[in-house]
Write a protein that binds this ligand. Structure first.
Ligand code: NAI
Length: 459
């Protein structure tokens, strides 16, 4: 008898296993592919490794901006990919070691839920049955690939985040369908290495939920780097290596690529592991279609002892959300009262420059009818930013409640905002006001000071 069975070894599952193991629970974790899930194997980590190679190459190419001359910078794509594989392998090994340290039993097999009885919940894998008092479902998500006419016939020209990472040669021309996070990170990577990139996006802006001003600044930056954006464009089909789309005037246009990346969102993995045997309630979208497992703020499903965390819940599909949700589930299993809060979940896009945001955007504050104020400063107000970002642009925007100046949102563009957004997460999580933020001592000279500096511009 186990205390906790976990299906899925991504950042939702393995972090939960680690915490539960450390708390003394008897844990079994089922993972059919590779520990670390999408994040470690075909998402966050490999893409950040590739993007860092692109950044280093870009530094070499633009060294003259800093008085440093590198003659004829070049790269070997296969070595960039090899390094990415090495990093992934090392980190997967780290997760394995953490499981061992927590005495978590890892079953490298496909798990199927058999049902719930008086003993507990039964999960079967490779002919063996495992009975557990609690079950945590962390089966993640997979790339959503719409049935565009001609998509199947296009064969391996079509790639998702998974196949594009396995390429051993750099495409000369890449078409990206969907200018969201995945689309923009790959557009950033390949365009830096010299690939001609076209992004076809159906909305009027890239990175939909992002602050409008920041989204436009990032688009302009990448336009200058040669990326072509086709906004308000609807993909109508694929003809071999060509994406066919309608422009905003209804004109039929075509763009060709050696590879076509489909990055139009992800969908929760709800099938193929016996979920139906438990009668777990699913969350439905306004059209009545299930998009994830329905959970409450303690990550409980409608079935006692059954929890879900991560992308399988169908919203906030981010690795750090998954880990936090997993921790909340474990805390509740341990009898500690813990609730998941979504108001301070940071989002980062690892383009160059980076984009990072947490909390409400101006558009969201407006839509929610919040009485708010916005304060903002160019990143150039930070000495360190100027020292290290020759010709670089950036912005820091803080959204506060109009009356009490409580921090509601912070949104930034400029390196290394992915690292400094954590300060803003703390401010929102602890319900700080701008005046309290002004009292915090930030190290000088750092780019993080921009947050404090911006807070002083409130009128
Ligand atoms: P996304 O939801 O971020 O973006 C999809 C984009 O595709 C949207 O802008 C949408 O308007 C557009 N789109 C949808 N259908 C289209 C069509 N038929 N034609 C043209 N455009 C279309 O989804 P994405 O980029 O696939 O990422 C999936 C998930 O992975 C997201 O939830 C994201 O948060 C997560 N992720 C997070 C990363 C990070 O935190 N840095 C990195 C990569 C992924």
């Amino acid at each position: 008898m186990y205390d906790l069975a976990i299906i899925g070894g991504g950042p939702g599952g393995y972090v939960a296993a680690e915490r539960a193991g450390a708390a003394g629970l008897k844990v079994v974790l089922f993972e059919r592919k590779s520990l670390g899930g999408v994040c470690l194997n075909e998402g966050c980590i490999p893409t950040k490794t590739l993007l860092y190679s692109a950044k280093v190459y870009n530094y070499a190419k633009t060294g003259d901006h800093y008085g440093v001359y590198v003659s004829d910078p070049s790269f070997k794509y296969e070595e960039i990919v090899e390094r990415k594989n090495k990093v992934v392998k090392k980190l997967v090994g780290g997760v394995k070691a953490a499981m061992k340290a927590g005495k978590v039993e890892v079953v490298a097999a496909n798990a199927t839920i058999k049902g719930r009885g008086s003993e507990g919940i039964t999960v079967e894998a490779e002919g063996r049955e495992y009975v557990s008092r609690n079950l945590l479902i962390c089966t993640g998500s997979e790339a959503a690939v719409p049935p565009f006419p001609g998509l199947k016939e296009a064969g391996d020209v079509i790639v998702t985040n998974r196949e594009i990472l396995a390429l051993t040669e750099r495409p000369e021309e890449l078409v990206v369908i969907g200018g969201g996070v995945i689309g923009m990170e790959f557009a950033a990577f390949f365009s830096t290495l010299g690939t001609k990139v076209t992004v076809v996006e159906m909305l009027p802006k890239i990175l939909g939920p992002l602050d409008d001003e920041i989204s436009e600044m990032l688009q302009k930056t990448y336009e200058k780097k040669g990326v072509q954006f086709c906004l308000r464009c609807k993909v109508t089909g694929i003809e071999g290596d060509t994406v066919v789309y309608e422009d905003p005037e209804g004109k039929v246009c075509r763009v060709k690529g050696d590879k076509i990346l489909v990055s139009v969102g992800r969908r929760a993995n709800l099938q193929g592991f016996g979920l139906e045997s438990l009668g777990v309630e699913l969350a439905l979208n306004p059209a009545g279609r299930p998009y994830g497992i329905k959970v409450d703020e303690k990550m409980r499903t409608n079935i006692p002892g059954v929890y879900a965390a991560g992308d399988v819940t169908g919203f906030s599909m981010l690795a750090h959300t998954a880990s936090s949700e997993g921790e909340v589930a474990v805390n509740n299993i341990l009898g500690r009262d813990d609730r998941m809060r979504y108001n301070a979940i940071p989002g980062v896009v690892y383009t160059n420059p980076e984009v990072a945001g947490v909390g409400l955007t101006e558009a969201e504050a407006k839509a929610k009818g919040v009485d708010y104020k916005v304060v903002k400063l160019p990143m150039a107000y930070s000495g360190r930013f100027v020292a290290e970002n020759e010709r670089g642009e950036g912005i820091c925007k803080v959204i506060v409640g109009a009356k009490y100046h409580e921090v509601l949102g912070v949104h930034m563009l400029g390196n290394p905002c992915s690292e400094i957004i954590s300060a803003a997460c703390v401010a929102i999580e602890t319900e700080m006001t701008l005046e309290q933020l002004q009292e915090v001592v930030f190290p000088h000279p750092t780019v993080s000071e921009i947050i404090k500096e911006t807070s002083f511009t409130i009128k």
